[in-house]
Design a protein around this ligand. Structure first.
Ligand SMILES: C[S@@+](CC[C@H](N)C(=O)[O-])C[C@H]1O[C@@H](n2cnc3c(N)ncnc32)[C@H](O)[C@@H]1O
Length: 303
């Protein structure tokens, strides 16, 4: 089974790799597809740090990319500064975040990410570390669960679904969660299941907190002229990325009624393209995962 097919690999490499002898970070190595594509563009002095929090991904990339220009590291992008410091890296030329989970993680029933397969209700990207989805549900009240579903899944019927989950006699498997959601008779079952599973996955893995910290580290560590790319798969991720970069692109922090800038704030970043990049129809035809992907690229212009 294919571990993961990288999304928009050509666009990522074209947008990210400026200096072939530079230092690059693939913060979400997964099956190593983007790492491999980046590596193909690098010269003999180029370096790549490939990072993933999932030990199975790290083992896969270590097997796939045996190249002295690459360091494969297990860790979270929330700890990027310390991880890169241990690699002797204090500045980078390019950094990629390809968010969410890999096909390998979704396809393995034992990881509990998929509503289409029966498995333990786990959803941890780092197996055995922190609370599983089943434990999170067990420790949450119906109100807390409803908030989590509304925030992480933008689910409008969050209260009814949370009540059904809390009233279920057992909530240890993906099947039990699926049946609890089904019992609320949603109008569009697959979409509702996708939102509920997404919300739980985001909460279990602290994904938005990780993204915020990863972006902050990337912004600080990029060299002027360096680029940061993010592939997002849902609006929560995409909104957080836009919100983080908006003030850095604007620079000026004067209120809108001030006609001439008095704050003197300088832009630190620019958008590489005015439009968010989407996968081509041909790519979506070959890889359904690509249909919801949006790529944003930013270049550091100041320090
Ligand atoms: C969409 S996949 C990346 C696929 C990869 N670009 C490829 O070409 O195969 C996302 C990966 O990011 C990892 N990941 C998600 N959040 C992370 C975090 N906070 N720190 C490190 N890795 C993370 C997941 O474990 C998963 O393997």
């Amino acid at each position: 089974m294919v571990f993961h097919v990288p999304v928009m690999a050509t666009e990522v490499v074209a947008g990210l790799v400026g200096d072939p002898q530079g230092v690059y970070v693939d913060a979400t190595a997964g099956g190593g597809g983007h790492s491999r594509a980046i590596l193909r563009q690098l010269g003999p002095q180029g370096r790549l740090v490939a990072l993933d929090r999932d030990p199975e991904a790290v083992a896969q990339v270590q097997r796939e990319l045996q190249d002295q220009r690459v360091a494969v590291v297990c860790g979270r992008f929330g700890e990027l500064v310390q991880i890169l410091a241990r690699q002797g890296v204090s500045e980078v030329d390019g950094l990629l975040f390809d968010l969410g989970v890999s096909s390998h993680q979704i396809d393995r029933a034992s990881r509990g990410f998929s509503y289409q397969q029966e498995g333990p209700l786990d959803m941890r990207m780092e197996p055995g570390v922190g609370m599983s989805a089943a434990e999170l549900i067990e420790q949450s009240s119906a109100e807390e669960l409803a908030r989590l579903l509304a925030e992480g899944g933008e689910e409008r019927r969050a209260r009814a679904i949370a009540r059904a989950i809390c009233q279920a006699p057992s909530m240890r498997t993906t099947g039990e969660l699926r049946r609890a959601v089904e019992s609320t008779r949603p109008r569009h079952l697959p979409k509702t299941l996708a939102r509920v599973f997404q919300a739980l996955r985001i909460a279990v893995n602290g994904e938005l907190d990780q993204l915020g910290r990863g972006l902050e580290a990337g912004i600080a560590m990029l060299r002027p002229g360096g680029r940061l790319g993010v592939i997002a798969y849902h609006s929560l991720e995409d909104r957080l990325v836009k919100k983080t970069f908006a003030p850095l692109i604007r620079g000026c922090t004067c209120p809108p009624e001030v006609v001439l800038c008095i704050c003197g704030g300088q832009a630190r970043f620019r958008k590489v393209a005015t439009q968010t990049k989407r996968a081509s129809t041909a790519e979506v035809g070959q890889n359904r995962r690509a249909r919801s992907a949006s790529l944003r690229l930013y270049e550091k212009t100041g320090s």
